[in-house]
Design a protein around this ligand. Structure first.
Ligand code: NAD
Ligand code: DAU
Length: 340
């Protein structure tokens, strides 16, 4: 199969490109990416000489280039997005542009070019925020609460509409929080690990009691490929890690694993509209795709810490560049938020 991976120079897309080329020798991959602040060609360096790999720089909102590139593949796996909730609070429009208009541009191109198979990578945040009990599953009502999740919810609806209206062969996956190699150090886990390696504190939003369900990125890649090959057309599959942790608990685990002091936590002002809890019931993926998370949480965290220790140049360059400028413009501290 010839795959187009949009957003393949970002965190999960990079991991997926490596996953496909390693585990599916009959497949080839074109990564299509705009290289925004979150896209990094350095991620794909080890694939440069691989004859089954190609990179094309481009914007998923560009109708012409998107039309041309989908002609070259059998399936699109769509990761490209503005993905960071905090940034969506400051600049919702760029999220609407890429996540909504960009997704529709891809859907139109797939429909007009032989009804190319389309898998849409989405998030559990479209379902809103859970209380202490319950879990998200495929038939949970949509209730997005941030500009990011609202833009992803819109894109999910457009993908489903393409199936119902035009019979475009689509599947959707909604996944919980990912962690692992190549994750941009504005997200909580890599921010925490790299801050500790720099001798800085971990910023904890609010009281630190918000809960996320963490999935090791490699498990997510297995799930996406299974949905692409074995998923029923028009269906949604939820993936989760069965690893719910309050942020404060997660930060303490990272401190412990890195041998850092407990006072390396700093409570900072909360994220506006901060969702309380995410958790996933992934029984449908288990039953229909034979998928379940395989990497135990502590194992995944240790592997992730090792990766950031061994790839200091990668994240140092990022933190010294656009990331730092962004945080300085927001908080004036270059990487850590104002203490409350
Ligand atoms: P990321 O921010 O690390 O990477 C996004 C990539 O998309 C970057 O390489 C960027 O350059 C590219 N991109 C952005 N706008 C583009 C455009 N207009 N045209 C072409 N390329 C563009 O994101 P990620 O964390 O790897 O997430 C990938 C996908 O998975 C997203 O759709 C996100 O909503 C979804 N998702 C992420 C998580 C998570 O925990 N990170 C969990 C569930 C779902
Ligand atoms: O649930 C899936 C989603 O997970 C994906 O769709 C998003 O693309 C991805 O960014 C992620 O969203 P979150 O907002 O949950 O991830 P983030 O890493 O930004 O934050 C995780 C939790 O940690 C959240 O409760 C906010 C908190 N946090 C985050 C940062 C950056 C802090 O306490 N301090 C911080 O400095």
């Amino acid at each position: 199969m010839r795959l187009l991976i949009t957003g393949g120079a970002g965190f999960i897309g990079t991991n997926f490109a490596y996953h496909v080329l390693e585990h599916h020798p009959e497949d080839s991959v074109i990564v299509f990416d705009k290289l925004t602040y979150a896209g990094n060609l350095e991620n794909l360096k080890q694939l440069e000489q691989n004859p089954r790999f190609a990179f094309v720089k481009g914007d998923i909102c560009d109708v012409e280039i998107v039309n041309d590139i989908v002609k070259k593949v059998d399936a699109v796996v769509h990761f490209a997005a503005e993905s960071h909730v905090d940034r969506s609070i400051d600049d919702p429009m760029s999220f609407v542009r890429t996540n909504v208009l960009g997704t529709q541009t891809l859907l139109d191109a797939c429909r007009k070019n032989a009804y190319i198979r389309f898998h849409h990578v989405s998030t559990d945040e479209v379902f809103g925020s859970l209380g202490r009990h319950g879990m998200f599953r495929e038939n949970t009502a949509y209730d997005p609460r941030s500009p990011y999740s609202a833009s992803k919810a819109s894109s999910d609806h457009l993908v489903r509409a393409a199936f119902h209206t035009y019979k475009l062969p689509i599947t959707i996956s909604n996944c919980s929080n990912n962690y692992g190699p190549y994750c941009f150090p504005e997200k909580f886990i890599p921010l925490a690990i790299t801050n500790i390696l720099e001798g800085k504190k971990i910023p904890i939003y609010g009281d630190g009691m918000n809960i996320r369900d963490w999935l090791y990125v490699e498990d997510h890649c297995y799930g996406i490929y299974a949905a692409l090959v074995h998923g029923r057309m028009g269906e949604t599959y939820c993936f989760g890690g069965r690893a719910e942790r309050a942020n404060i608990e997660l930060a303490e685990i990272i401190l412990f694993e890195m041998g850092a002091r407990i006072d390396m936590l700093q409570f900072v002002k909360d994220r506006p509209g901060h969702d309380a809890r995410y958790a996933i019931d992934f029984r449908k993926a288990e039953d229909e795709l034979g998928w379940h998370p395989a990497v135990p949480f502590l194992h995944g965290i240790r592997r992730t810490i090792e990766w950031y220790k061994n790839n200091r140049e990668w994240w140092t360059r990022i933190k010294n560049g656009s990331y730092t400028q962004y945080y300085e413009s927001q908080y004036g501290l270059g990487g850590a938020n104002e203490p409350v």
